[in-house]
Design a protein around this ligand. Structure first.
Ligand SMILES: *Cc1c(COP(=O)(O)O)cnc(C)c1O
Length: 391
Protein backbone atom coordinates (compact mmCIF):
# COMPACT_ATOMS: atom_id res chain seq x y z
CA UNK A 1 0.00 0.00 0.00
CA UNK A 2 1.52 3.29 -1.09
CA UNK A 3 0.57 6.29 0.94
CA UNK A 4 -0.37 9.39 -1.04
CA UNK A 5 1.31 12.36 0.58
CA UNK A 6 -0.67 14.93 -1.37
CA UNK A 7 -3.93 16.05 0.15
CA UNK A 8 -6.46 15.71 -2.71
CA UNK A 9 -8.48 18.56 -1.25
CA UNK A 10 -5.76 21.17 -1.68
CA UNK A 11 -6.79 24.12 -3.78
CA UNK A 12 -4.93 27.29 -4.69
CA UNK A 13 -6.16 29.24 -1.64
CA UNK A 14 -5.09 26.52 0.76
CA UNK A 15 -1.65 26.12 -0.85
CA UNK A 16 -1.17 29.87 -0.81
CA UNK A 17 -2.14 30.00 2.87
CA UNK A 18 0.32 27.23 3.84
CA UNK A 19 3.06 28.89 1.81
CA UNK A 20 2.44 32.25 3.51
CA UNK A 21 2.71 30.75 6.95
CA UNK A 22 5.40 28.06 6.46
CA UNK A 23 7.71 29.03 3.59
CA UNK A 24 10.26 31.82 3.84
CA UNK A 25 8.79 34.54 1.67
CA UNK A 26 11.77 34.99 -0.63
CA UNK A 27 9.86 34.69 -3.90
CA UNK A 28 7.34 36.92 -5.61
CA UNK A 29 5.18 34.19 -7.09
CA UNK A 30 2.55 34.29 -9.79
CA UNK A 31 -0.84 33.47 -8.20
CA UNK A 32 -1.26 29.97 -9.66
CA UNK A 33 -0.32 26.48 -8.44
CA UNK A 34 0.98 24.17 -11.15
CA UNK A 35 0.23 20.49 -10.98
CA UNK A 36 1.12 18.94 -14.33
CA UNK A 37 3.23 19.56 -17.41
CA UNK A 38 3.47 18.00 -20.85
CA UNK A 39 5.83 19.24 -23.54
CA UNK A 40 5.48 23.02 -23.79
CA UNK A 41 2.30 23.11 -21.69
CA UNK A 42 1.66 23.29 -17.96
CA UNK A 43 -1.66 22.97 -16.11
CA UNK A 44 -2.69 24.59 -12.85
CA UNK A 45 -4.66 23.13 -9.97
CA UNK A 46 -7.87 24.61 -11.34
CA UNK A 47 -7.30 22.82 -14.64
CA UNK A 48 -6.24 25.89 -16.62
CA UNK A 49 -3.72 25.32 -19.40
CA UNK A 50 -0.69 27.53 -20.18
CA UNK A 51 1.89 27.70 -22.95
CA UNK A 52 5.10 27.84 -20.96
CA UNK A 53 7.62 30.41 -22.20
CA UNK A 54 9.49 30.31 -18.89
CA UNK A 55 10.31 26.58 -18.84
CA UNK A 56 11.49 26.67 -15.24
CA UNK A 57 13.82 29.53 -16.30
CA UNK A 58 15.57 27.82 -19.21
CA UNK A 59 15.44 24.42 -17.52
CA UNK A 60 12.82 22.35 -19.34
CA UNK A 61 14.60 22.48 -22.71
CA UNK A 62 13.29 19.08 -23.83
CA UNK A 63 9.79 19.89 -22.56
CA UNK A 64 7.94 19.05 -19.38
CA UNK A 65 7.97 15.38 -18.41
CA UNK A 66 9.71 14.27 -21.60
CA UNK A 67 8.86 10.53 -21.88
CA UNK A 68 12.54 9.53 -22.16
CA UNK A 69 13.46 11.53 -19.05
CA UNK A 70 10.49 10.14 -17.09
CA UNK A 71 11.36 6.58 -18.14
CA UNK A 72 15.03 6.97 -17.29
CA UNK A 73 14.26 8.44 -13.85
CA UNK A 74 11.77 5.63 -13.14
CA UNK A 75 14.19 2.91 -14.17
CA UNK A 76 17.11 4.38 -12.26
CA UNK A 77 14.95 5.00 -9.17
CA UNK A 78 14.24 1.29 -9.06
CA UNK A 79 17.93 0.43 -9.39
CA UNK A 80 19.86 2.87 -7.24
CA UNK A 81 18.97 6.41 -6.15
CA UNK A 82 22.07 7.46 -4.27
CA UNK A 83 25.46 6.27 -3.19
CA UNK A 84 28.42 8.34 -2.21
CA UNK A 85 31.24 9.43 -4.46
CA UNK A 86 33.25 6.91 -2.44
CA UNK A 87 32.08 4.53 -5.19
CA UNK A 88 31.89 4.44 -8.98
CA UNK A 89 28.52 4.29 -10.74
CA UNK A 90 27.75 3.69 -14.40
CA UNK A 91 25.34 6.65 -14.92
CA UNK A 92 28.04 9.08 -13.69
CA UNK A 93 30.75 7.57 -15.89
CA UNK A 94 28.49 7.55 -18.94
CA UNK A 95 27.37 11.13 -18.38
CA UNK A 96 30.94 12.35 -17.87
CA UNK A 97 31.96 10.79 -21.18
CA UNK A 98 28.96 12.38 -22.90
CA UNK A 99 29.67 15.82 -21.41
CA UNK A 100 33.32 15.69 -22.45
CA UNK A 101 32.09 14.99 -25.96
CA UNK A 102 29.46 17.77 -26.18
CA UNK A 103 31.43 20.45 -24.30
CA UNK A 104 34.75 19.92 -26.09
CA UNK A 105 36.42 20.08 -22.67
CA UNK A 106 38.52 17.42 -20.94
CA UNK A 107 37.20 16.76 -17.44
CA UNK A 108 33.98 17.07 -15.46
CA UNK A 109 33.26 17.79 -11.79
CA UNK A 110 29.64 17.17 -10.78
CA UNK A 111 27.60 19.31 -8.38
CA UNK A 112 23.93 20.17 -7.90
CA UNK A 113 23.20 23.69 -9.10
CA UNK A 114 24.48 26.62 -11.08
CA UNK A 115 25.65 28.44 -7.99
CA UNK A 116 27.65 25.43 -6.89
CA UNK A 117 29.19 25.18 -10.33
CA UNK A 118 30.32 28.81 -10.08
CA UNK A 119 31.74 28.16 -6.60
CA UNK A 120 33.67 25.19 -7.96
CA UNK A 121 34.96 27.28 -10.86
CA UNK A 122 36.18 30.00 -8.47
CA UNK A 123 37.98 27.52 -6.25
CA UNK A 124 39.49 25.80 -9.25
CA UNK A 125 40.71 29.08 -10.77
CA UNK A 126 42.31 30.17 -7.51
CA UNK A 127 44.00 26.89 -6.80
CA UNK A 128 45.36 26.29 -10.31
CA UNK A 129 46.63 29.83 -10.85
CA UNK A 130 47.69 30.67 -7.31
CA UNK A 131 46.05 34.07 -7.94
CA UNK A 132 43.16 35.68 -6.08
CA UNK A 133 41.44 38.18 -8.35
CA UNK A 134 38.41 37.82 -10.57
CA UNK A 135 36.97 39.97 -13.29
CA UNK A 136 33.20 39.88 -13.82
CA UNK A 137 30.79 42.05 -15.80
CA UNK A 138 28.07 44.62 -15.20
CA UNK A 139 24.69 42.92 -15.01
CA UNK A 140 26.29 39.51 -14.48
CA UNK A 141 24.33 36.86 -12.60
CA UNK A 142 26.37 33.94 -11.31
CA UNK A 143 24.37 32.82 -8.27
CA UNK A 144 23.69 33.71 -4.66
CA UNK A 145 26.11 31.82 -2.41
CA UNK A 146 28.86 33.97 -0.89
CA UNK A 147 31.42 33.20 -3.61
CA UNK A 148 29.04 33.25 -6.56
CA UNK A 149 27.34 36.36 -5.17
CA UNK A 150 30.71 38.09 -5.19
CA UNK A 151 30.72 37.71 -8.98
CA UNK A 152 27.05 38.76 -9.29
CA UNK A 153 26.72 42.44 -10.07
CA UNK A 154 23.35 43.54 -8.68
CA UNK A 155 23.89 45.69 -5.58
CA UNK A 156 20.51 44.78 -4.06
CA UNK A 157 21.58 41.12 -3.96
CA UNK A 158 25.07 41.88 -2.61
CA UNK A 159 24.79 44.68 -0.11
CA UNK A 160 23.05 42.94 2.82
CA UNK A 161 25.68 40.21 2.84
CA UNK A 162 29.00 42.01 2.86
CA UNK A 163 31.83 41.33 3.26
CA UNK A 164 31.86 39.13 0.17
CA UNK A 165 34.90 37.63 -1.55
CA UNK A 166 36.92 40.75 -2.21
CA UNK A 167 39.18 41.01 -5.29
CA UNK A 168 36.41 41.19 -7.85
CA UNK A 169 36.53 43.86 -10.53
CA UNK A 170 33.38 44.56 -12.55
CA UNK A 171 33.69 45.81 -16.10
CA UNK A 172 30.97 46.81 -18.59
CA UNK A 173 29.71 43.83 -20.63
CA UNK A 174 30.76 43.77 -24.27
CA UNK A 175 33.57 46.30 -23.65
CA UNK A 176 36.95 44.89 -24.72
CA UNK A 177 38.94 47.90 -23.60
CA UNK A 178 37.55 47.62 -20.07
CA UNK A 179 38.58 43.96 -19.91
CA UNK A 180 42.09 44.70 -21.11
CA UNK A 181 42.46 47.47 -18.53
CA UNK A 182 41.25 45.26 -15.73
CA UNK A 183 43.01 41.93 -16.39
CA UNK A 184 46.58 41.68 -15.19
CA UNK A 185 49.15 39.26 -13.78
CA UNK A 186 47.11 38.98 -10.56
CA UNK A 187 43.90 37.93 -12.29
CA UNK A 188 42.93 34.33 -11.58
CA UNK A 189 40.02 34.35 -14.01
CA UNK A 190 37.58 36.36 -16.05
CA UNK A 191 34.02 35.02 -15.79
CA UNK A 192 31.52 35.74 -18.53
CA UNK A 193 28.07 34.60 -19.62
CA UNK A 194 28.42 34.17 -23.42
CA UNK A 195 24.93 35.70 -23.56
CA UNK A 196 23.82 37.42 -20.36
CA UNK A 197 20.59 35.91 -19.04
CA UNK A 198 19.27 37.71 -15.98
CA UNK A 199 20.62 41.05 -17.21
CA UNK A 200 18.14 40.88 -20.09
CA UNK A 201 19.41 38.51 -22.79
CA UNK A 202 22.40 40.62 -23.75
CA UNK A 203 24.21 39.31 -26.81
CA UNK A 204 27.81 40.51 -27.16
CA UNK A 205 29.20 41.84 -30.44
CA UNK A 206 30.96 39.38 -32.75
CA UNK A 207 34.61 39.16 -31.76
CA UNK A 208 34.10 40.11 -28.11
CA UNK A 209 34.59 36.63 -26.64
CA UNK A 210 37.61 36.03 -28.91
CA UNK A 211 39.21 39.25 -27.65
CA UNK A 212 38.54 38.35 -24.03
CA UNK A 213 40.18 34.97 -24.70
CA UNK A 214 43.23 36.74 -26.14
CA UNK A 215 43.51 39.13 -23.19
CA UNK A 216 43.30 36.21 -20.74
CA UNK A 217 46.02 34.33 -22.63
CA UNK A 218 48.31 37.36 -22.62
CA UNK A 219 48.03 37.58 -18.85
CA UNK A 220 47.98 33.84 -18.10
CA UNK A 221 44.52 34.39 -16.60
CA UNK A 222 41.83 31.75 -16.95
CA UNK A 223 38.59 32.25 -18.85
CA UNK A 224 35.39 30.90 -17.29
CA UNK A 225 32.24 30.74 -19.39
CA UNK A 226 29.12 30.57 -17.25
CA UNK A 227 26.87 28.46 -19.49
CA UNK A 228 24.37 27.69 -16.74
CA UNK A 229 21.55 29.38 -18.66
CA UNK A 230 22.87 29.17 -22.23
CA UNK A 231 23.81 25.48 -22.15
CA UNK A 232 22.21 22.30 -23.42
CA UNK A 233 20.99 23.65 -26.70
CA UNK A 234 19.28 26.82 -25.50
CA UNK A 235 20.93 29.01 -28.15
CA UNK A 236 20.80 26.38 -30.91
CA UNK A 237 24.21 24.81 -30.25
CA UNK A 238 25.07 22.49 -27.36
CA UNK A 239 26.80 25.39 -25.67
CA UNK A 240 26.65 29.06 -26.57
CA UNK A 241 30.44 29.29 -26.79
CA UNK A 242 30.28 27.33 -30.05
CA UNK A 243 28.88 30.36 -31.91
CA UNK A 244 32.19 32.12 -31.22
CA UNK A 245 34.51 29.12 -31.53
CA UNK A 246 36.16 30.17 -28.26
CA UNK A 247 37.11 27.45 -25.81
CA UNK A 248 37.22 28.58 -22.17
CA UNK A 249 39.43 27.00 -19.51
CA UNK A 250 36.44 26.28 -17.28
CA UNK A 251 32.76 26.06 -18.17
CA UNK A 252 29.86 26.00 -15.70
CA UNK A 253 26.56 24.29 -16.45
CA UNK A 254 23.33 23.44 -14.64
CA UNK A 255 19.71 24.51 -15.34
CA UNK A 256 18.66 22.32 -18.33
CA UNK A 257 21.29 19.69 -17.58
CA UNK A 258 18.98 17.18 -15.89
CA UNK A 259 15.86 17.72 -18.01
CA UNK A 260 14.30 19.35 -14.93
CA UNK A 261 16.12 17.26 -12.34
CA UNK A 262 18.44 19.46 -10.23
CA UNK A 263 22.10 19.13 -11.09
CA UNK A 264 25.17 21.06 -12.14
CA UNK A 265 28.74 20.57 -13.23
CA UNK A 266 31.91 22.24 -14.37
CA UNK A 267 34.00 21.15 -17.31
CA UNK A 268 37.65 22.09 -17.54
CA UNK A 269 40.86 21.63 -19.47
CA UNK A 270 43.03 18.67 -18.54
CA UNK A 271 45.79 20.82 -17.00
CA UNK A 272 43.26 22.90 -15.05
CA UNK A 273 41.42 20.24 -13.08
CA UNK A 274 40.88 19.53 -9.40
CA UNK A 275 43.22 16.99 -7.84
CA UNK A 276 42.54 14.57 -5.00
CA UNK A 277 40.63 16.09 -2.10
CA UNK A 278 40.47 19.60 -3.54
CA UNK A 279 36.68 19.67 -3.85
CA UNK A 280 33.74 17.37 -3.18
CA UNK A 281 29.96 17.05 -3.08
CA UNK A 282 27.74 14.46 -1.39
CA UNK A 283 25.10 14.49 -4.12
CA UNK A 284 27.21 15.60 -7.10
CA UNK A 285 26.85 13.16 -9.98
CA UNK A 286 24.21 11.16 -8.12
CA UNK A 287 22.96 8.19 -10.23
CA UNK A 288 19.37 9.44 -10.45
CA UNK A 289 20.44 12.91 -11.60
CA UNK A 290 22.90 11.45 -14.12
CA UNK A 291 20.24 9.10 -15.53
CA UNK A 292 17.92 12.08 -15.98
CA UNK A 293 20.66 14.07 -17.69
CA UNK A 294 21.63 11.24 -20.04
CA UNK A 295 17.99 10.98 -21.12
CA UNK A 296 17.62 14.75 -21.59
CA UNK A 297 20.80 14.93 -23.70
CA UNK A 298 19.69 11.84 -25.60
CA UNK A 299 16.33 13.46 -26.38
CA UNK A 300 18.04 16.55 -27.81
CA UNK A 301 20.11 14.27 -30.06
CA UNK A 302 17.39 11.82 -31.07
CA UNK A 303 14.85 14.50 -31.91
CA UNK A 304 17.24 16.92 -33.65
CA UNK A 305 16.33 19.55 -31.12
CA UNK A 306 19.35 21.79 -31.76
CA UNK A 307 18.21 22.33 -35.30
CA UNK A 308 14.60 22.74 -34.16
CA UNK A 309 15.65 25.31 -31.55
CA UNK A 310 17.53 27.34 -34.16
CA UNK A 311 14.66 27.22 -36.66
CA UNK A 312 11.92 28.04 -34.14
CA UNK A 313 14.08 30.73 -32.56
CA UNK A 314 14.38 32.51 -35.90
CA UNK A 315 10.65 32.17 -36.49
CA UNK A 316 9.83 33.45 -32.98
CA UNK A 317 12.17 36.42 -33.29
CA UNK A 318 10.87 37.45 -36.69
CA UNK A 319 7.27 37.26 -35.42
CA UNK A 320 8.21 39.34 -32.36
CA UNK A 321 9.94 41.93 -34.51
CA UNK A 322 6.78 42.23 -36.60
CA UNK A 323 4.53 43.02 -33.63
CA UNK A 324 2.56 46.22 -33.75
CA UNK A 325 3.52 47.63 -30.36
CA UNK A 326 5.27 50.95 -30.23
CA UNK A 327 6.95 50.34 -26.86
CA UNK A 328 9.42 47.72 -28.07
CA UNK A 329 13.00 48.94 -28.05
CA UNK A 330 14.75 45.74 -29.12
CA UNK A 331 14.27 42.05 -29.86
CA UNK A 332 17.44 39.99 -29.46
CA UNK A 333 18.82 36.58 -28.63
CA UNK A 334 19.94 33.30 -30.12
CA UNK A 335 18.01 30.08 -30.59
CA UNK A 336 15.15 29.99 -28.11
CA UNK A 337 16.75 32.45 -25.69
CA UNK A 338 15.02 35.67 -26.65
CA UNK A 339 14.73 39.04 -24.97
CA UNK A 340 12.14 41.68 -25.83
CA UNK A 341 13.18 44.99 -24.37
CA UNK A 342 10.29 47.26 -23.55
CA UNK A 343 10.35 50.90 -22.65
CA UNK A 344 8.83 50.18 -19.24
CA UNK A 345 8.24 47.54 -16.60
CA UNK A 346 6.83 44.36 -18.16
CA UNK A 347 4.96 43.08 -15.08
CA UNK A 348 1.58 43.93 -16.62
CA UNK A 349 2.33 41.89 -19.74
CA UNK A 350 3.30 38.93 -17.54
CA UNK A 351 -0.05 39.21 -15.70
CA UNK A 352 -2.01 39.57 -18.93
CA UNK A 353 -0.20 36.55 -20.36
CA UNK A 354 -0.98 34.43 -17.32
CA UNK A 355 -4.66 35.42 -17.43
CA UNK A 356 -4.71 34.44 -21.08
CA UNK A 357 -2.88 31.13 -20.95
CA UNK A 358 0.74 32.14 -21.57
CA UNK A 359 3.48 32.03 -18.93
CA UNK A 360 5.99 34.83 -19.42
CA UNK A 361 8.93 36.09 -17.42
CA UNK A 362 10.22 39.59 -16.99
CA UNK A 363 13.89 40.09 -16.14
CA UNK A 364 15.89 43.20 -15.44
CA UNK A 365 12.50 45.02 -14.94
CA UNK A 366 11.80 45.75 -18.58
CA UNK A 367 12.93 42.74 -20.63
CA UNK A 368 10.54 39.92 -21.47
CA UNK A 369 12.68 36.79 -21.46
CA UNK A 370 11.26 34.07 -23.69
CA UNK A 371 12.88 30.68 -23.09
CA UNK A 372 10.27 28.06 -24.03
CA UNK A 373 10.86 24.30 -24.33
CA UNK A 374 12.28 23.32 -27.74
CA UNK A 375 9.17 21.23 -28.39
CA UNK A 376 7.01 24.37 -28.64
CA UNK A 377 5.17 24.52 -31.98
CA UNK A 378 4.90 27.37 -34.50
CA UNK A 379 1.18 27.58 -33.71
CA UNK A 380 1.93 28.01 -30.01
CA UNK A 381 4.54 30.66 -30.85
CA UNK A 382 1.84 32.47 -32.87
CA UNK A 383 -0.47 32.38 -29.84
CA UNK A 384 2.30 33.75 -27.60
CA UNK A 385 3.09 36.60 -30.00
CA UNK A 386 -0.62 37.47 -30.39
CA UNK A 387 -0.99 37.52 -26.61
CA UNK A 388 2.00 39.81 -26.12
CA UNK A 389 0.70 42.04 -28.89
CA UNK A 390 -2.73 42.32 -27.27
CA UNK A 391 -1.42 42.82 -23.73
C1 LIG B 1 20.62 30.56 -12.92
C2 LIG B 1 22.04 30.93 -13.06
C3 LIG B 1 22.99 30.66 -12.07
C4 LIG B 1 22.61 30.06 -10.75
O1 LIG B 1 22.11 28.78 -10.88
P1 LIG B 1 21.27 28.10 -9.69
O2 LIG B 1 21.02 26.71 -10.19
O3 LIG B 1 20.04 28.91 -9.49
O4 LIG B 1 22.14 28.09 -8.49
C5 LIG B 1 24.31 30.96 -12.33
N1 LIG B 1 24.68 31.51 -13.49
C6 LIG B 1 23.81 31.78 -14.47
C7 LIG B 1 24.28 32.37 -15.76
C8 LIG B 1 22.45 31.52 -14.29
O5 LIG B 1 21.58 31.81 -15.25
Amino acid sequence: MIRDFLDPNLNFEKINQIDSSCVMQTYTRQPIALVRGKGSLVFDIEGRKYIDCVAGIAVNNVGHCHPAVVESIKNQAEQLIHVSNLYYTSPQAMLAEKLVSITGMDRIFFCNSGTEAVEAAMKLARTRTGRQNFVSTYGAFHGRSMGALSLTHKEAYRNPFRPLVENVDFVPYNDIKAVSESVDQDTAAVIIEPIQGEAGVNVPSPGYLQEVRRICDENDALLIFDEVQTGFGRTGTWFCRQHSGVLPDIMTMAKAMGGGFPMGAIASREDISFGKGEHASTFGGNPLACAASLAAIGAIEDENMLERCTRLGEYFMSRLKGMSRDDILDVRGAGLMIGVELGADCGDIVSYGRENGVLLNCTSDSVLRLVPPFVITEEQIDTVVDTIEQA
